[in-house]
Ligand binder design. Structure first.
Ligand code: 8YV
Length: 313
């Protein structure tokens, strides 16, 4: 008999199909009576599969005492109750590295799109304003500017490689300096923000980083600085960011992530100095397939009692 798993939300169809053909999978998000489903699965469910946004709460895990693995389709595990998992010796796996290049690409795209006002330009062109009014207003150059990366993990490193190609001067702020990094380490986020034109947020959401991009950091970034966030909305004090964008206290922002996804603060829709994406930095076929394969491989390793490929430490 195949192992019983609880799937918290839909996955890429090909991945979900493979999962459902290899295991007995119960779809949590489709259930009309989730409490009943959890009680029915309490003695049989041995694993949970979820994505980075949904994670899994202790209130679900408590009802499934035989769960021995949580496999996350995503690198961020902030929505998983890690303390509960640690206490109950439930290993958690995620999908690092395979998504880093695409997330870094989107960070670059957001920096270019916000500086070069690409969305404004697109609207300008489509509205037929070019022949009527002439060229759109001038924008700001990216090449050769100063970039600060908050979080120099695999995504930060992939981003730095790209920024080198833009001739940028690169600093980074991390828990500690990276032994082999050629870039400048700055221990204080505020200090780094004061010395860059682009502040990229690529750190994972932890108690130490949540709320880190606050008024003091945005003041330091200043009216010529751009904030690019491809990590988690929770790292930023969102109401403060909205007011800084409304009042041009920073030059602009490129945002893939928000505090209350899928809801984006209405005020941002009215602003030309922000480029918005619906949390899609890893959203390519190639990366989502690789993430799905890693989810399946981690489950396969767990159920055949082999070492997990990408356990969250
Ligand atoms: C995904 C993510 O959008 O990896 C993460 O942590 O947030 C994203 O890659 C998400 O997990 C897929 O639904």
């Amino acid at each position: 008999m195949s192992h019983t798993l609880l799937l918290m939300g839909p996955l890429l169809p090909s991945v979900q199909q493979t999962l459902e053909s290899s295991y007995t999978v119960h779809r949590f998000w489709e259930s009309d009576d989730q409490a009943k489903l959890l009680s029915e699965l309490s003695s049989s469910c041995v694993g949970v599969v979820t994505d980075g946004g949904r994670g899994v709460e202790a209130s679900v895990l408590e009802k499934l005492p035989h769960v021995k693995i949580v496999s996350v389709f995503g690198v961020g595990v902030d929505a998983v109750d890690l303390a509960y998992c640690a206490k109950h010796h439930i290993p958690v796996t995620n999908t690092p590295d395979v998504l880093s290049d695409d997330v870094a690409d989107l960070a670059i795209a957001l920096a270019l799109a916000s500086s070069r006002m690409m969305v404004v330009g697109d609207r300008y062109a489509r509205a037929g304003r070019w022949p009527r009014e002439g060229g759109m207003p001038l924008t700001r150059r990216v090449m050769g500017k100063r970039a600060g990366i908050f979080g120099m993990g695999s995504i930060g490193e992939a981003l730095a490689k790209r920024l080198v190609g833009f001739g940028m001067d690169i600093s980074y702020c991390n828990r500690s300096a990276k032994a082999n990094s050629e870039h400048r380490f700055v221990a204080s986020l505020e200090e780094m923000a004061a010395s860059v034109d682009y502040l990229f947020v690529t750190a994972s959401a932890t108690p130490g980083t949540i709320g880190a991009i606050n008024a003091a950091v945005l003041d330091a970034l200043g009216p010529d600085g751009y904030l690019i966030n491809v990590s988690r909305g929770t790292l930023v004090d969102e109401p403060v960011l909205v007011s800084y964008l409304q009042n041009n206290k920073i030059a602009g922002a490129g945002l893939d992530v928000f505090n209350d996804e899928p809801n984006i603060p209405d005020a941002l829709f009215a602003l030309d100095n922000v480029v918005l994406q619906p949390h899609h930095a890893s959203g390519t076929w190639e990366t989502r397939e690789a993430m799905g394969q890693l989810v399946l491989d981690n489950l396969g390793a767990h159920f055949s009692e082999k070492a997990l490929l990408t356990p969250v430490s």
